[in-house]
Design a protein around this ligand. Structure first.
Ligand SMILES: Cc1cc2nc3c(=O)[nH]c(=O)nc-3n(C[C@H](O)[C@H](O)[C@H](O)COP(=O)(O)OP(=O)(O)OC[C@H]3O[C@@H](n4cnc5c(N)ncnc54)[C@H](O)[C@@H]3O)c2cc1C
Ligand code: FES
Ligand code: FES
Length: 486
């Protein structure tokens, strides 16, 4: 019998906070503002878009010698996921002598703030960036701020303030984690093997430490809501008042946080973040890395998982077209049994898939490209950063004697779930790049998909994008194109 508790313990500015009797769906933001009265952290949208709620969450590294902080949208994270972690808010940044942090100082001096509602979020994002990057470039700063919206100041003075702040002495920029380390180790020592938190209404939050315990729990409670990065579940809690009887959190299962190199492929655990996967694929699938760079914002990518994106099953989910074109395989586990399902056999319709009751995605196998394999992908959205797709197209192929072979082509946004496009694959297969025409691609798209206008884009626009993206990939495969460009 696993002992239960109603107390979440985490570290805040060198002291352990004990949060007792909270709901299992209370967000970190609500707890900060309503219970701790740390109102510097703001609520703008409650859906991960504006960044006003940004905080830094620190975790002990595996050998327990350092705390690694990353920026997180506190509106999306549920309080029990903080158990055993360290939290920094805008109030944490004041230095021991009472002076503000260099980022705060340069924001004020450089007129990087007007109404100030967005300012704590910007400061936290920049402070997060400066923990790991000592001299960020303008483009790294822009990327770090892609999840922060400001309505009045304009971004130029904010970016200038960031560049100036980065020149401050390193010891002023970096968060001191000495006090945190001991306290985090103490929570780790006294928390036992599994963490079960029960809210006053009897609802349960279970954070197993092993895959076996997770699998057993899901067999026993197949209706339990699986929680990974919380970027979708947090939204459902805030906007649809989701209150599941049981939540099972994958974040404490170390095995699911690992990526294994198994020769021809990587096995990516279900709790590996998109930020980690972006680094993993950046050299061999640069287009996939670029799709991931434009996925949400850094705090979304540092928490959201690949498995969560796949399981979520949005018709405009960005990862699945890449996984379909790469030829990924999903490792699905129920109890002690694991089965491998090719990514193109996972969805059965809109938001439906082959997962059985009590089954979960344990890992995703990402094949490495074979000799001569080319992978292309591009996402089109209304805004370049922090926006979801009108459509994303991914294609892999080989050119054999100038003709396409091993063609895999996939889209999101055109059907009830992301899918391959067999008619287009067949059209391209065996042809030279010059032999593939726009008119034939248009016909194949019309045959393959049901024309439907969506909220994000009309069918006319989407089908045009679908044709032009593949046409671009095909034309860029032609040696003639490269000669012309050169
Ligand atoms: C601001 C913002 C921006 C976003 N931008 C994008 C974007 O650019 N592109 C895009 O595609 N999506 C985007 N999303 C959607 C979301 O971030 C992704 O779908 C994300 O990958 C979900 O992963 P997660 O780990 O956060 O999942 P969670 O929210 O934890 O879970 C999502 C769903 O998957 C289930 N689940 C999670 N893990 C497993 C598992 N291992 N096995 C079975 N079921 C599981 C959960 O029960 C839940 O139903 C955005 C969301 C926000 C809030
Ligand atoms: S309140 Fe807008 S991102 Fe959290
Ligand atoms: S200063 Fe007003 S929203 Fe940014």
């Amino acid at each position: 019998m696993i002992p239960t508790s109603d107390t979440v313990r985490f570290v805040l500015d060198g002291a352990i906070v004990q949060a007792c009797g909270e709901y299992h769906t209370t967000t970190v933001l609500d707890f900060l503002r309503e219970q701790l009265h740390r109102t510097g952290t703001k609520e703008g949208c409650a859906e991960g878009d504006c960044g006003a709620c940004m905080v830094l969450v620190g975790e002990l590294d595996t050998d327990g010698t350092a705390v690694k902080y990353q920026s997180v949208n506190s509106c999306l994270q549920l309080l029990p996921t903080l158990h055993g972690k360290s939290l920094k808010t805008i109030e944490s940044l004041r230095r021991a002598d009472g002076r503000p942090h260099p980022v705060q100082q340069s924001m004020a001096e450089g007129h990087g703030t007007q109404c100030g509602f967005c300012t704590p979020g910007f400061v936290m994002s920049l402070t997060g960036l400066l923990q790991t990057v000592s001299s960020p470039t303008r483009s790294e700063i822009n990327d770090a701020l892609s999840g922060n919206l400001c309505r009045c100041t304009g971004y130029k003075p904010i970016v200038e303030a960031a560049l100036k702040a980065a020149q401050a002495p390193r010891e002023q920029l970096v968060l001191d984690d000495n006090a945190e380390l001991e306290l985090l180790l103490d929570i780790r020592r006294t928390s036992g093997d599994e963490v079960v938190l029960r809210s006053p209404s009897g609802k349960e939050f279970f954070a197993p430490r092993t895959v076996a315990a997770l699998a057993d729990y899901l067999v026993q409670y197949p209706q339990a809501t699986i929680l990974a990065g919380s970027t979708e579940i947090g939204l459902q809690v805030n906007k649809q008042f989701l209150q599941p009887e049981r939540i099972v959190y994958l974040g404490e299962v170390q095995e699911l946080r690992q990526t294994q190199d198994l020769g021809d492929f990587w096995r990516v655990g279900a709790q590996v973040s998109l930020a980690t996967i972006k680094t993993l694929v950046s050299d061999i699938y640069p287009d996939f890395a670029e799709v991931l760079r434009r996925f949400g914002s850094p705090p979304i990518r540092s928490t959201a998982t690949l498995a969560g994106n796949v399981a979520n099953g949005s018709p405009i989910g960005d990862c699945m077209p890449c996984l379909l074109a790469i030829g990924a395989t999903l490792q699905l586990r129920r109890g002690a049994t694991t089965r491998a399902v090719p990514a193109d056999q996972f969805y059965t319709g809109q938001k439906s898939n082959v997962l059985q009751a009590g089954e979960f995605i344990a890992a995703i196998d990402l094949p490495k490209p074979g000799t001569g394999h080319v992978f292309r992908a591009h996402k089109v959205s209304k805004r370049f950063d922090q926006d979801i797709s009108a459509t994303c197209c991914a294609m892999s192929y080989r050119l054999t004697d100038g003709r396409f072979s091993d063609v895999r082509l996939a889209y999101n946004g055109l059907a009830p779930a992301p899918c391959r496009a067999p008619a287009l694959e067949a059209l391209i297969l065996g042809r030279t790049p010059e032999e593939v025409t726009a008119a034939e691609l248009d016909q194949a798209i019309a045959r393959s998909f049901t024309a439907r206008d969506g909220l994000r884009a009309s069918w006319a626009y989407r089908s045009l994008l679908a044709r032009n993206l593949v046409l671009q990939f095909v034309q860029e495969a032609s040696p003639a194109t490269f000669e012309e460009v050169a």
